[in-house]
Write a protein that binds this ligand. Structure first.
Ligand code: GLA
Length: 387
């Protein structure tokens, strides 16, 4: 569904559910990451962009201190008292806006107004495309619109990350919230996760297309797999004894191999390799060196599969299908994207062959797994905003 339809759905949902005309409508996108996986919490570099897919919230004040949330996904309307601290509660999906509202209050010192809101989305949920960051950023942007208090973009992204940590209990890095907040049309958001600064990198070559393939195998980042990966990288760095993964070389990891043990050693090997691959990929992209870029994407996938162990059979199959279509079929490179344990792959291809590639991936994935995938193309798009 395109953005104007989705917006219309949110605004008419608000009217039907609460008999209110929207006074503020906010949108925030999901993200896909070209390369640089599981290194945003290791001071690495990451190269995501904001998707064309968004979460939209249409809202209007209700002259009370209660926020009422309804969504196109159904379920009961959720009521949240915003007159004082906002605790976690059921249903769990509402903890994203609860967390953002709490930290928006703390950050600005404002009294939140009560409002009614209706939420729509075309970011696949559980697809590893950061629907949660989109929900957080859409909420924070909506609050800016309703209160008239504009946050600095970085402050807004960090506040949303804090909500993810403490209300969704996922110890995520900064990639998703930054991509959703800073994204722009035809720009990648290259993030130096050590300095915490994003740089917008042009991505406007019309001959290049990005295919996002949701395997439709759902993952749950807070189930411990993500946290245990993060912990292993922290343990590894402590053993190596340097202040940051950015100071660590492949030789450092090799020398500490015995002390680290097999698992932590392989996690560390991934981190050092992936930081280098991301730097190299940014360079290859700038020089239109697509052979190198493709090899780096495949190497990233192999490392996430074998060393970091966050891939799964369905992701591997999706990448294998793209890789087998190969350069002759117009595929430049392919890899899993996001946290893993299911979710999506990202495939870079020649635009003229994108339609054929999507068709081949769709058909072959279903015949190999029996699962119907959700496969689409997206250009880098605008980050969180009021519409
Ligand atoms: C999830 C997290 C991000 C990042 C990726 C893996 O999307 O939210 O911070 O760590 O996984 O690269």
């Amino acid at each position: 569904m395109d953005l104007s339809k989705l917006t219309h759905e949110a605004e008419s949902g608000l009217m039907e559910t609460f008999s209110k005309q929207s006074t503020v409508t906010a949108a925030a996108p999901g993200r896909v990451n070209l390369i640089g996986e599981h290194i945003d919490y290791c001071d690495g570099f990451v190269l995501p962009f904001a998707l064309e897919q968004n979460i939209i919230i249409a809202a209007a004040p209700n002259d009370s201190s209660t926020v009422r949330l309804a969504s196109s996904l159904g379920g009961d309307t959720v009521e949240i008292d915003v007159s004082s601290d906002i605790p976690e509660a059921e249903p769990k999906w509402a903890n994203y806006p609860r967390g953002v509202m709490q930290y928006f209050r703390e950050e600005t010192g404002c009294t939140l107004p009560g409002f009614d809101a209706y939420i729509t989305s075309n970011v696949p949920s559980g697809g590893g495309l950061s629907s949660s960051a989109a929900f957080e950023l859409a909420t924070a942007t909506l609050l800016e619109g309703l209160t008239g208090i504009k946050l600095d973009t970085k402050t807004k992204a960090l506040l949303c990350q804090k909500a993810e940590h403490n209300y969704a209990h996922c110890p995520c890095g900064i990639m998703d919230q930054f991509a959703s907040a800073f994204g722009e049309q035809d720009r990648l958001v290259m993030i130096d996760c050590q300095s915490g600064e994003p740089t917008l990198v042009p991505f406007e070559n019309p001959d290049l297309t990005v295919i996002v393939a949701n395997t439709c195998v759902a993952h749950e980042l807070s189930d411990g797999g993500y946290a245990s990966r993060r912990k292993a990288t922290e343990d590894g760095l402590e053993i190596i004894g340097k202040p940051s993964w950015r100071d660590v070389t492949a030789a450092d990891v090799e020398s500490a191999k015995e002390q680290m043990g097999d698992v932590v050693y392989r996690r560390g090997r991934h981190v050092v390799g992936e930081i280098q691959r991301t730097v190299d990929a940014a360079k290859a992209l700038e020089q239109n060196d697509f052979d190198t870029l493709g090899e780096l994407m495949y190497a990233s996938h192999a490392s996430l599969r074998d060393d970091f162990e966050v891939s799964c059979e369905e992701l591997d199959i999706m990448v294998e299908i793209a890789q087998a279509l190969g350069k002759d079929g117009g595929v430049i490179g392919s890899r899993m994207t996001g946290g893993g344990f299911g979710g999506s792959t990202v495939t870079l291809c020649e635009s003229s062959k994108a339609g054929d590639i999507v068709a081949a991936m769709t058909g072959q994935y279903t015949s190999r797994t029996g699962i119907k995938a959700e496969i689409f193309t997206s250009r880098p798009s605008q980050g969180a905003r009021i519409i």
